[in-house]
Design a protein around this ligand. Structure first.
Ligand SMILES: [Zn+2]
Length: 69
C-alpha cells in the first residue's frame, strides 16, 4: 500500500535566498532562474522546456570581481 513520493523524475525546487527577496528556482532539467515572485518561478518551471536552457548549451559569461581600491 505504499504510495510513491512526489519525487519522481520531475523535481522542481525553489530556494529562498536569505537576506534578499530573491527566490531561485531549479528545474529538473538543471536550468535555474531567479525571481522575486514565486508565481513567476512556478510558471517558468511548469512551462518547461520553454525558456529553459541546458547548462551545457549556454556559454558562461566571464565573471569579473569588483576589487575595492
Ligand atoms: Zn526545465
Amino acid at each position: 500500500m505504499n504510495r510513491p513520493m512526489l519525487t519522481g523524475d520531475r523535481v522542481y525546487r525553489i530556494h529562498w535566498m536569505p537576506g534578499t527577496d530573491i527566490l531561485r528556482g531549479v528545474c529538473h532539467c538543471g536550468a535555474e532562474r531567479t525571481a522575486e515572485e514565486p508565481v513567476e518561478l512556478w510558471e517558468w518551471l511548469l512551462a518547461h522546456p520553454q525558456g529553459h536552457q541546458a547548462p551545457t548549451a549556454s556559454t558562461p559569461a566571464p565573471q569579473r570581481l569588483a576589487v575595492p581600491a
